[in-house]
Design a protein around this ligand. Structure first.
Ligand code: DOR
Length: 407
């Protein structure tokens, strides 16, 4: 593989305190030099003047639907969508059919990803068998097979006793729990368990002001508790959503403008340390139902950068630094994995973002198989224009270059 030289971009990595116009050299799968790099030979060169050069973006809440619902999304199509959106790594939820509750099913995802994925794929496993909320899965075996976190996403674990057992088991094998938030009561309960058992808990798709407050309070007490918000909850609200449009139906639902403001503030304050799309592909038939019967979920991998850049950063609501951390070092910390970074020796995962690119969201152009996007027709400014995974350019100007670049 040729070395890759990215020239003259704005290198921006707040976790490594990098913010300067310069060059980046990737040799093999690692970053070899940051700063001013002269061409030495046969490197592949990307001219990046006017572009942000960021650590490879991570989305730790993605539904890939394989196995079982490949008509909605596959590991190949979902990771192509990730590459198109600037993401070098996704962690995928276990609510497939069947749910990912055994070591063999974790391995199956990794095997498919190694052959067909455009970006790195890290599988999550279920907290309970069959996601039934009753019997905790075998975390030791799942962890050994490659699961990076446990989640019953789609459902909260309703039984407090089961959740206590899950948290104790997770602590024994140091497996992060990323839990489906279902209202302040559940957040409060799981904060209590995190305090009692001295283990970490990460709350997915936080959406209510009260949930943000509870997480902030727990963090103030020194508990290892973190929160995640989606681009749709950060940018949309119930009052502004078109009535009866199933592409706005999501779980948790879009909340009030007050909740949205609290979520944005939580992100700005670091209470919410992760932005993740909860990319949830559904078929046209699933959505072409009376609103209450339509499947909840929206896709997001290909719009996250434009939405957060255009709606949050440009409008001054959240600092660029905060958003970059929430899609790079923040999620890496939650999973306890190596963070992508712009420094010598770091993994060669990079995203190039054009902050001035104006575009109109057209789901027909998506790499995802699904079209259930609430941002269709919206004008955005800011777009990922290249995705590099382990030194390989997997997306450049909307073109997906190669597959099989999995973890
Ligand atoms: O809207 C949602 N869709 N929320 C979830 O928690 C699950 C997801 C899905 O799998 O479709």
């Amino acid at each position: 593989m040729k070395a890759l030289l990215i020239k003259g971009g704005r290198l921006f990595d707040p976790a490594s305190r990098v913010d300067a116009v310069g060059d980046l050299l990737i040799q093999g799968d690692r970053i070899a030099a940051v700063g001013s790099v002269e061409r030495v030979g046969e490197e592949q060169v990307i001219e990046a003047a006017g572009l942000f050069v960021l650590p490879g973006l991570m989305d730790i809440h993605v539904h890939l639907r394989e196995p079982g619902q490949e008509h909605k999304e596959t590991i190949a199509s979902g990771t192509r969508a990730a590459a198109a959106g600037g993401f070098a790594l996704v962690a995928c939820e276990p609510n497939t059919s069947p749910p990912r509750d055994t070591a063999a099913r974790v391995r199956e995802v990794l095997e498919i990803a190694a052959r067909r994925a455009a970006v790195r794929v890290l599988p999550k496993c279920a907290i309970t068998r069959g996601q039934q909320g009753e019997k905790v899965t075998d975390f030791a075996a799942l962890r050994a097979a490659g699961a990076v976190a446990a989640s019953d996403d789609g459902f909260a674990v309703a039984d407090a006793g089961v959740m206590r057992e899950a948290m104790a088991a997770a602590k024994r094998v140091r497996l992060p729990l990323t839990v489906h938030v279902d209202g302040p009561e559940m957040v409060e309960r799981d904060i209590g368990l995190a305090a009692e058992l001295d283990w970490r808990v990460h709350f997915s798709h936080v959406s209510l002001a009260e949930e943000v407050e509870l997480i902030a309070g727990a963090r103030d007490r020194g508990l290892r508790v973190s929160g995640e918000a989606t681009p749709h909850h950060l940018s949309l609200c119930a009052e502004e959503a078109p009535e009866g449009d199933a592409n706005f139906r999501v779980n948790p639902p879009l909340r009030s403008a007050r909740d949205r403001a609290a979520l944005r503030q939580g992100l700005a304050d670091g209470v919410i340390s992760v932005i993740a799309s909860d990319h949830a592909p559904h078929s046209a038939e699933d959505k072409a139902q009376p609103y209450d019967q339509a499947r909840p979920g929206v896709i997001g991998l290909e719009t996250t950068v434009g939405v957060i850049w255009g709606e949050l950063i440009r409008s001054g609501l959240v600092a660029l630094e905060t958003v970059v951390k929430a899609t790079t070092s923040g999620p890496a910390e939650v999973l306890g994995i190596e963070a992508p970074a712009l420094r010598e020796g770091a993994m060669g995962d990079v995203a190039l973002v054009d902050p001035e690119c104006d575009w109109v969201v057209d789901p027909e152009q998506f790499q995802s198989k699904a079209r259930n996007c609430p941002f269709a027709g919206r004008k955005l400014r800011g777009k990922a224009v290249a995705t590099i995974v382990g030194g390989r350019v997997v997306m450049r100007e909307d073109e997906i270059m190669e597959l099989g670049a999995a973890a």
